[in-house]
Every structure is written in structure tokens, then in C-alpha cells.
Design a protein around this ligand. Structure first.
Ligand code: ADP
Length: 403
């Protein structure tokens, strides 16, 4: 069965075309800068029996419908394509950022689901409208396909109320849905399963702290395979220090920015989401270049890394206490998978929690899911490459097979 996974942003569409159940990616790519003067399309063909292609070209893409049409044109091209008809795609799995508290599982998208999604769009005004657009366009383009929504928030729906509520009057929760939801759930769930499998532990008995460190960063405390806490909140702004986001901050800073510096809510939003985090502290959100500066003794880079690592350590301590027992610490995403230095700085002095790294294993170039703890470590430490698209394809396949 061919399943297309779509991740639609406000000006981009990322896609991967899978054959299931063998999990092979036969084509993938990206449409960027939709609606701008010049857009870009990248198309990779990776089907096993065909010549591999990696094509990039600049082209005008008016809107999302146009973008998806151009993707389909590539997929069906006589020479470059992998499909003879859009009807071959039997399911489309959509990454949907916010599922509010209505969705703890993937959902087959019918009219009622679409209107529920529209109702909760106010919770993610930058993200959900683009996802909805993607769903509408894909429904028209792939008439034969079942459309499935896979939510970034779903894995976190098992978090108990005492962990997700804010200590403000209840009416703000009851009437406006103000609570922590958490994001990156698809990634946390995927690496949790990979880690449990690697350690040969039943996922339903697995206790872990998963640490997703990419441009966006978040952590999850997982007890018996279920998430009981996560670092992002109402939006992805909460928690860890990220590429461009501040993470946790004393809320009175916002009042100060508004009252004393007379910044508008839009300006504060931009400041905390786009100009803060590692970028605010060093001028760049690319952790590789910050580490180069760190090695040269640059003070701003050293402070930024110290703050970034310290915040993660605090969350590890908090989540170890919340869990009560811990089988594994699991690192994933761009930084978590690739930076031995950051993993080392995070795990330094965590002996109190029974966490000890093996320096050689941590520094090795091995790929795939692997253990990097020392022999005396009571807790396993793993690097587990994330694959959100595959997780979306797997969940979509499961839903479609069940119906
Ligand atoms: P996104 O959240 O956009 O998907 P990624 O998971 O790709 O982000 O992570 C991007 C981050 O990973 C960037 O800060 C990048 O510098 C960092 N990164 C990638 N490779 C390395 C590496 N070898 N060492 C340190 N950081 C790395």
C-alpha cells in the first residue's frame, strides 16, 4: 500500500511517499517559499528498482494547491516519477500540530473532524490553519485516499491533570483551554518504542526520559510507555532553551516588556519565538557553529551552551523524581543524535541518578539506535534517530488497516 505523508507549514509542504508495510520511502521532497516571488521544489526518488534522483529547481508556486499539484506532477512523470495515477495513493497521513484535548489517537478525517480541527485552530494559529489547508488540498487531489490526521500533541494526552494545569483560576482552563499540551509527541513516541525494542523491554513497562534536541527542543517523562509530563506547554515555546525560542521564562518578563518597554504582543511573540534561545544569546541558532565558537573560547558561546545544558539537566532531575524509576535516557534529533559533546555535558555529574556515559561509545560514529552508557551505569543511555514521517506512516497504516 502506498501512503503519502504530508507536513504542511504556512509556506511549505514536506512529503514522503512510503510503501507499507515494508516501510520503504520511494520518493520524498519539499516545496518551499509558497506564495513568494520565487519558490523552490526538491524531489528525491529513492525507489529501490529505479535510478535514484535528487532534483532541485526554482519555480513559481502560487499556493498550497499549486504546490501539491506540482508534487503530483513529479510523482507521475514518465521518466522521473514513481506513480502512474494519484489513485495509487490509498492513504495520506497528515502531521497536525495541535489536537487540543480532543485527540489522543490518530483520526480518519471526515467533515466533523475537520470542523473540530477548525474549532481548535485558535490554540495554534500559526500552525493548524496550514495543516487544514494541506488536508483540504490533499482530499481534492487524492480522491481515493483515506485522509488521516496524526497529532503532535496526541502522545502527551496521557499526562495527568496535576502536571498539565497552570496554577491560574480554573475558568481559564475550562472556558479557554489554557493548559500544557506538549508537542513533538510523534518523535517522543517513536524513539521510546525504538529504545524499548533495543533494550528488549516491553514498551508498556518501559520508563524513560526522551530528549528531542533539534531546532525545537523538548523532553518527555514516560512511565510504563505512557507520557506523564513534557517540557513544552500551551505552545512549543515552553521548556528547554531552543534554537530561537526562550523556553521557560518568568512570566513577569512579559509584563515588563509590555508595560515598561511598551512592546506589542506581536513584538513579544517575535522576540520569544524567533529571536531568543541560542540565537538570542549568540547570534545564531546553528549549534554546530556555536560549538566551533565554544571551542575557541568565545564567552557568549560558552554561556549559551552552559545555559542550554543546565536547563536540560534540571528537567532530567525533575523527571527522574516524577518517574520514580528510570530505565533509560534517550537522545534524539539533530543535536541529540549528532553531538557527543552536548550529550557528554548533559550527562556529566549525573552519577547521583545512576547515569554514567562511556566516553568512547558516546564519541563513536556508529549510526542507528545504540547504547552509550558505561558498564557501571544503572540507567541505559541511548541515541535513537527519530523518524517522525515513518511514525506518521505507521500510525496511518494502522488506522487504515483497522478500518
Ligand atoms: P529541526 O528541529 O529543524 O528538524 P534538526 O533536528 O535537524 O532540526 O536539528 C537542527 C540542529 O541540529 C541545528 O542546531 C544543527 O546545528 C544541529 N546539528 C546537526 N548536526 C550536528 C552536529 N554534528 N553537532 C552539533 N549539532 C548538530
Amino acid at each position: 500500500m502506498k501512503i503519502l505523508v504530508l507536513n504542511t507549514g504556512s509556506s511549505s509542504i514536506k512529503f514522503q511517499l512510503f510503501t507499507m508495510p515494508d516501510q520503504a520511502v520511494i520518493a520524498s521532497g519539499l516545496v518551499e517559499k509558497i506564495g513568494e516571488e520565487m519558490s523552490a521544489i526538491r524531489y528525491n526518488r529513492t525507489a529501490e528498482n529505479l535510478e535514484h534522483l535528487d532534483i532541485k529547481h526554482e519555480v513559481l508556486v502560487r499556493d498550497h494547491a499549486d504546490g501539491l499539484t506540482q508534487v503530483v506532477t513529479f510523482l507521475m512523470d514518465d521518466e522521473k516519477g514513481v506513480l502512474s495515477s494519484p489513485k495509487e495513493i490509498l492513504a495520506v497521513g497528515h502531521r497536525v500540530v495541535h489536537g487540543g484535548d480532543q485527540f489522543s489517537q490518530p483520526a480518519v478525517i471526515e467533515e466533523d473532524i475537520l470542523s473540530q480541527l477548525k474549532q481548535i485552530s485558535y490554540l495554534a494559529p500559526l500552525h493548524n490553519p496550514a495543516c487544514i489547508k494541506g488536508i483540504e488540498v490533499a482530499t481534492e487531489t487524492f480522491e481515493n485516499a483515506t485522509q488521516v490526521a496524526v497529532f503532535d500533541t496526541a502522545f502527551h494526552q496521557s499526562i495527568p491533570e496535576h502536571a498539565y494545569r497552570f496554577a491560574i483560576p480554573s475558568e481559564y482552563y475550562e472556558e479557554h483551554g489554557l493548559r500544557s499540551y506538549g508537542f513533538h509527541g510523534t518523535s517522543h513516541r517513536y524513539v521510546m518504542k525504538q529504545a524499548a525494542q533495543h533494550l528488549e523491554i516491553d514498551p508498556e513497562q518501559f520508563n524513560a526520559i526522551t530528549i528531542h534536541l533539534g531546532n525545537g527542543c523538548s523532553m518527555a517523562a514516560i512511565k510504563n510507555g505512557k507520557c506523564i509530563d513534557t517540557s513544552m506547554g500551551l505552545t512549543p515555546l515552553g521548556g528547554l532553551i531552543m534554537g530561537t525560542r526562550s523556553g521557560d521564562i518568568d512570566p513577569s518578563v512579559l509584563l515588563f516588556l509590555s508595560d515598561h518597554l511598551e512592546m506589542s504582543t506581536k513584538e513579544i511573540d517575535q522576540l520569544l519565538n524567533k529571536k531568543s534561545g541560542l540565537k538570542g544569546l549568540t547570534g545564531t541558532n546553528d549549534l554546530r557553529s556555536i560549538l566551533d565558537q565554544y571551542d575557541k573560547g568565545d564567552k557568549a558561546a560558552q554561556l549559551a551552551i552552559a545555559m542550554y545544558v543546565y536547563r536540560i539537566k534540571k528537567y532530567i532531575g525533575a523527571y527522574a523524581a516524577a518517574l520514580g524509576e528510570l530505565d533509560a535516557l534517550v537522545f534524539t534529533a539533530g543535536v541529540g543524535e549528532n553531538s557527543a559533546i552536548i550529550r557528554n555535558l548533559i550527562c556529566e555529574d549525573l552519577g547521583i541518578l545512576g547515569i554514567e556515559l562511556d566516553n568512547a561509545k558516546n564519541a563513536s560514529n556508529q549510526t542507528g539506535t545504540r547504547s552509550i552508557q558505561s558498564e557501571i551505569s544503572k540507567v541505559s543511555v541511548l541515541v535513537a534517530p527519530t523518524n517522525e514521517e515513518l511514525e506518521i506512516a505507521l500510525q496511518t497504516f494502522e488506522v487504515v488497516s483497522a478500518t
